[in-house]
Design a protein around this ligand. Structure first.
Ligand SMILES: NC(=O)c1ccc[n+]([C@@H]2O[C@H](COP(=O)([O-])OP(=O)(O)OC[C@H]3O[C@@H](n4cnc5c(N)ncnc54)[C@H](OP(=O)(O)O)[C@@H]3O)[C@@H](O)[C@H]2O)c1
Length: 282
């Protein structure tokens, strides 16, 4: 693996699952890693876990609930206060919510956490990524994007909430965001790619209830890969020289995949961009 000594990385959702392994692997490769999480004790536990495997790891923590755009702004400001350069941004924090909830800022929770936090954090850190010799933005999407549909008349899912459909829509948005972002980054040294990590036995879905929780738990036991394997494509996109020039692509198992037709609709991607700018107050 390519060493990342001297590089600075920031990983959201670094307290568990795929994000924790991604943060550990980047630290093992020599990067200074900022772990972003919403809970101080879980952040401390993540630091202990990584240090147990990599005693020399250079780690920092940034605390914030990324479903709130005010906290995304606070996390970005806290990073700016420490560094003016970021080599690797891994947008990874995400979840599924079995009932419709709104954040205190009035956004539907899945949309806020899974799409808007990627969108806003990337925007706020773009100057630091452009200041790096070769900035990389890696966003964790999902094969569940196939279940998604972007409905611009109901981005907040007020007129019907099917949780896996809403989740799939936000993961579709991750791919559309990546493609639109890559277009805008042409002519810069920054790349943007996204990925499906595989079906991973992480904490994903654990906070749901009833039949869905049961199905997810059993499916994980029977079919899922572990978080170590689940982080492989994130680490690959964050570090491998073979993808240094690749941008705007969706990867599965470290290979470019087309994604479905909706994930390649650049008109929808452009409109989503405009709506996201408006909702983020940019
Ligand atoms: N697992 C899969 O099969 C699968 C498949 C496709 C895509 N993905 C994607 O992979 C990414 C990582 O998921 P995972 O499987 O590793 O799930 P996970 O084990 O549940 O980890 C999710 C991470 O996101 C963090 N997070 C959740 N809500 C947050 C909030 N409001 N603010 C800040 N951080 C928050 C969690 O922090 P806490 O520790 O505080 O909960 C945790 O660190 C997600 O984007 C997910 O959509 C997963």
């Amino acid at each position: 693996m390519t060493r990342l000594d001297g590089q600075i990385a920031l990983v959201t959702g670094a307290t568990a699952g795929i994000g924790l392994v991604t943060a550990r692997r980047l630290a093992e490769l020599g990067a200074e890693v900022f772990l972003v999480g919403r809970d101080a004790s879980r952040l401390e536990a993540a630091v202990r876990t990584i240090r147990a495997a990599a005693p020399e790891a250079r780690l920092e923590t940034l605390q914030g609930d990324l479903s709130l755009m005010s906290e995304v702004r606070r996390v970005a400001a806290a990073f700016h206060a420490r560094h003016d350069r970021l080599d690797i941004l891994v947008n990874n924090a995400g979840a599924v919510f079995d009932t419709r909830r709104e954040t205190d800022e009035g956004l539907e929770m899945t949309f806020a956490l899974n799409h808007m936090s990627y969108f806003l954090l990337t925007h706020l850190l773009l100057d630091t990524l452009k200041a790096a010799p070769a900035g990389r933005i890696v966003s964790v999407a999902s094969a569940a994007h196939r279940q998604g549909r972007v409905d611009f008349d109901d981005l907040q899912s007020k007129h019907g909430y099917l949780h896996m459909r809403v989740y799939g829509t936000t993961k579709l948005m991750n791919i559309l965001f990546t493609r639109a972002l890559a277009q805008r980054l042409q002519g810069t040294r920054v790349t943007a790619n996204c990925l499906h990590p595989g079906f991973v036995a992480s904490s994903f879905g654990d906070a749901t209830q009833g039949f869905f929780k049961f199905v997810v738990a059993w499916s994980k036991r029977l079919f899922a890969i572990d978080a170590e394997a689940g982080a492989a494509t994130s680490v690959y996109l964050a570090s491998d020289p073979g993808v240094a020039q690749t941008s705007g692509e969706y990867f599965v198992k470290c290979r470019v995949e087309k994604g479905n037709a909706r994930s390649r609709d650049l008109d929808v991607a452009a409109r989503l961009w405009t709506e996201s700018v408006r909702l983020a107050g940019l």
